[in-house]
Design a protein. Sequence first.
Length: 184
Amino acid sequence: MMTTGLSLLIRDATLADLSACAALDHTYETQQVWQMHIQQDDGWQVRFRTERLPRTLESTVVSNRERLRDALPADQCCLVAVRRDTDAVLAYLVMRRDPTYALGHVHDLVVTRPHRRQQIGGRLLKVALQWAKEHDLTRVLLETQTRNFPAIAFCQAAGFTFCGFNDQYYPNRDIAVFFSLTLR
């Protein structure tokens, strides 16, 4: 991991931050994906395995302005990481709070490309986990696509464990995989 002398402030997002969040570079590159295999014989068997791609895949995580706006109220979690010297938004995290199940569901965690691998995403996640504890949540769920291997590796490195999938979760019918962390 590369560290930087960049001075950051992580704060609650405001309505004025939404345009900057939507304008961040949401693309990622990967040379690996999680390949899903389903077999139905005498029951169901689902397997995921890492597959190397013949060439680098560039893909874009679609930002959802309504999801950002819905996370702005104080009972939800929408955080931004901004440069202290310019107040420029470098990253954001959206976590929906579900009090019925004491669950925080992270839908978006985006760090703009020039500032990736500088631990900004990890810092945002740490603040979100603290927020979740303060709001009496007992688990946090992170979602990503099977082809977003950098996000899968991030989830695993942050201590999250694979807990499920939905094979037509996203509007483009991409497969979503879910990772969970129990808060103590």
